[in-house]
Design a protein around this ligand. Structure first.
Ligand code: 6GU
Length: 248
């Protein structure tokens, strides 16, 4: 998978060289290119923002540098059509299902907005462009961040760890909270390692016995309890799914 990021803060993306993602990049499983939006501005101060039409607080990122940056990126590979990802709190909320679906996209270009966002004609233009595979405006939750950079890191980590070969142990991906399969929509229960007793606290007996059937049922029950406690709305979805009365 190829990933391009356009930002006025390229340094936000140095963490991509660390850990899991860093290894995936080094191994050639993911190719990452970071672009400084300001290099596509032409005035003396490399201005990328201006006051909003209609008035109001803050500044809006103008379409000109975005258009030039995105066209230059698309022109680097005429074999593939990139998807334009625009992280924004006013987008559709990204979830594990989206992360899984996006692993099939060979090329994602992230447009990281700052200030009050990017002139709406940028998303409109690239939605209609035959050189692009579409535009996805996505948010990562119901709160507001200062810009799209941290959200892009979140999206990239969620997608990249699902790519074949990125996480060493395949099962650690398929057993996750929110993974599809028998445990879909359940949170993961508690986990334990050595020592068997720590500060007077012991490991549940069932995990020590080596009875795999009992361990599996215990874990399933713990997952249900944890979901009911932490995410009652997910537990309710699960109950209605089981009664066959859910939407779509
Ligand atoms: Cl994607 N961007 C910003 N700026 N804030 C957010 C967000 C994205 N998702 C939730 N809040």
């Amino acid at each position: 998978m190829r990933i391009d990021l356009v930002t006025i803060f390229p340094d936000y993306f140095t963490p991509l060289t660390l850990s899991l993602l860093g290894k995936a990049i080094a191994a050639g499983l993911i190719e990452v290119h970071v672009h400084d939006l300001r290099t596509f501005a032409h005035d003396r101060h490399n201005t990328v923002d201006d006051t909003p039409y209609g008035g109001g607080p803050g500044m809006v990122m103008g379409p000109q540098p975005w258009g030039e940056a995105l066209d230059a990126i698309a022109a680097t590979n005429k074999e593939l059509r990139p998807v334009l990802v625009v992280p924004t709190p006013s987008g559709v909320v990204f979830d594990q299902r989206a992360a899984q679906a996006w692993t099939s996209d060979p090329w994602l270009v992230f447009a990281c907005g700052r200030y009050e966002g990017i002139d709406a004609r940028v998303a409109q233009h690239y939605s209609a462009s035959a050189d692009w595979a579409g535009v996805r405006e996505v948010g990562i939750g119901d709160y507001v961040l200062a810009g799209g950079e941290v959200a892009s890191l979140v999206l990239i980590e969620a997608i990249a760890r699902l790519l074949p070969g990125v996480v060493g142990n395949e099962a650690s991906v398929t057993d996750d909270s929110f993974a599809s399969g028998s445990m879909a929509h359940l949170l993961e229960g508690p986990v334990f390692t050595k020592p068997q007793e720590w500060r007077g606290l012991t490991v549940p007996e069932v995990l020590l016995g080596g009875h795999h059937g009992q361990i599996t049922s215990w874990r399933a029950e713990q997952a249900r309890l944890r979901t009911a406690q932490m995410r009652p709305e997910l537990a309710a979805d699960l109950a209605s799914d089981q009664h066959g009365d859910h939407q779509s």
